[in-house]
Design a protein around this ligand. Structure first.
Ligand SMILES: Cc1cc2nc3c(=O)[nH]c(=O)nc-3n(C[C@H](O)[C@H](O)[C@H](O)COP(=O)(O)OP(=O)(O)OC[C@H]3O[C@@H](n4cnc5c(N)ncnc54)[C@H](O)[C@@H]3O)c2cc1C
Length: 415
């Protein structure tokens, strides 16, 4: 695969943010090259939850038939059990947004965006192609150096480079856009188990003192389980041995014990996620803008990562289209000030909420865990819980009328 020597927009990273943005720009007739360092779409373990506003947005953008054809799982509620008792529950059907969050594997979601874009003139997708450096001149970004699948190097000149390369963004670093990275108190070890037929469709947080599991029913027929561990505690956990780890999980949620015994057989069945938040004060420079996790990384609490990435892409597409209408060789960084200010405000709000939850979950003394139970029970009895959650997970975002007009029903992804 070769890449064009020039393109109007070069997107680095074909995750949910980059792939959707590439599709929306191509639908508008804008020349766009999406480069993705992985050859395929499979990833170890990624956010697969689409919050309700994203589900609404994707349907309005014409992806409804593809979603239906692929299939997904609706999540009906989120609940929290502490020391064996349910202390908190939010019923997702009670929010004004009127639809439920859905779970769909990330490869299917990204595949949908790529297939919708594939036939459009001006859209090029280069798999196995990695960003390695910026082309800069007079303080502005003019393009990127790429490593192609055969190991050779190519330079691509562009009017706008979009860094959508995720939480460890190389583009962000190369552009000198500093990130305020704050580690959370714990990290995550995740794994998948087959979902018993009679398992419900609620996302559950199961807490035992300072240990917790997130148990997410996931499409088509499995559970995604995330287990917290102390920061940099993976080495110690491994020293204690795999059996001890598995027994520890079963102690937190005894319902999982038979599934663990049969299906979680070694450390190879687990994957590690370092939990941190990263806030980036400046999202753009002349010729460059950041998007999705690259611009602001959130934690897995309430599964907002993909939701925010989709919202970013939908909000950014019309801004790019307008900015390309200018005459400069590169798009000025100031073209993105308003976009960045609006999105940063929302993402900072989500992050603040997640940090509060994380602090509550990290409590472990008997007194503090008792107080925590009481606090969640009290919150559970207040109707205000729906207002608070609605603000965090269901914030609406605008869709530009042009993106609605350019909507064609997207084809279903390959099975
Ligand atoms: C292991 C893991 C587990 C997660 N679990 C959850 C969860 O449970 N709940 C939740 O809400 N969120 C979770 N997330 C976060 C969620 O997946 C992200 O918030 C979401 O995918 C962000 O989308 P994005 O497109 O901005 O970035 P990403 O999905 O990270 O996509 C970035 C893309 O850029 C590509 N890339 C990186 N570097 C280069 C390069 N140099 N050149 C070319 N391409 C490059 C990557 O291969 C990737 O495809 C998880 C993330 C990870 C990494």
């Amino acid at each position: 695969m070769t890449v064009p020597a020039t393109t109007d927009v070069l997107i680095v990273g074909g995750g949910p943010a980059g792939a959707l943005l590439g599709c929306l720009l191509a639908r508008r007739g804008i020349e766009v090259l999406v480069v993705e360092k992985q050859q395929g779409l499979e990833r170890d373990f990624r956010g697969e939850t689409l919050a309700a506003p994203s589900a609404v947005t994707l349907r309005r953008l014409g992806f409804g038939p593809a979603l239906t054809e692929h299939g997904y799982l609706e999540t009906t509620a989120v609940s929290m059990r502490m020391e064996g008792r349910q202390v908190f529950r939010v019923d997702y059907s009670r929010f004004p947004v009127g639809v439920l969050p859905i779970d769909i594997p990330q490869p299917a979601l990204i595949g949908m965006f790529n297939e919708a874009a594939a036939g459009l003139p001006g859209h090029t997708y280069a798999a196995g192609t990695a960003f390695t450096g910026l082309l800069q001149q007079d303080g502005a970004v003019h393009g990127a150096v790429l490593k192609l699948p055969d190991g050779s190097r190519a330079e691509v000149r562009t009017r706008l480079l979009v860094g959508a390369d995720g939480r460890f963004s190389k583009v962000r670093k190369a552009a000198g856009l500093a990130a305020d990275v704050r580690p959370m108190q714990r990290d995550f070890l995740s794994f998948k188990l087959p979902r018993p037929a009679d398992w419900g469709t609620e996302a559950e947080l199961v807490v035992l003192r300072d240990k917790h599991l997130v148990v997410l029913p996931t499409f088509p027929d499995y559970l995604r389980v995330g287990h917290n561990l102390p920061k940099r505690g993976l080495g110690d956990l491994r020293k204690e041995g795999f059996e001890a780890f598995r027994d520890g999980i079963a102690a937190i949620d005894p319902r999982l014990a038979p599934l663990l015994a049969e299906h979680l057989l070694s450390w190879d069945d687990t994957s590690f996620l370092e939990i941190f938040t990263a806030e980036v004060p400046t999202w753009s420079r002349d010729g460059l803008v950041l998007l999705g996790d690259a611009s602001h990384t959130v934690t897995p609490i309430l599964g907002q990562g993909v939701n925010l990435a989709i919202q970013d892409a939908v909000c950014l597409a019309p801004v790019i289209a307008r900015a390309l209408g200018g005459t400069g060789t590169v798009v000025p960084g100031s073209a993105f000030d308003e976009f960045a200010a609006g999105r940063r405000r929302h993402k900072a709000f989500v992050t603040r909420f997640q940090r509060m939850q994380e602090a509550a979950l990290a409590q472990h003394t008997p007194l503090r865990t008792a107080l925590r139970r009481l606090r969640f029970r009290t919150l559970n009895s207040l109707p205000a819980k729906y207002r608070i959650f609605d603000k965090v997970i269901n914030a609406p975002h605008p869709i530009d009328p042009v993106d609605l007009r350019t909507t064609e029903p997207a084809p279903a992804p390959a099975a």
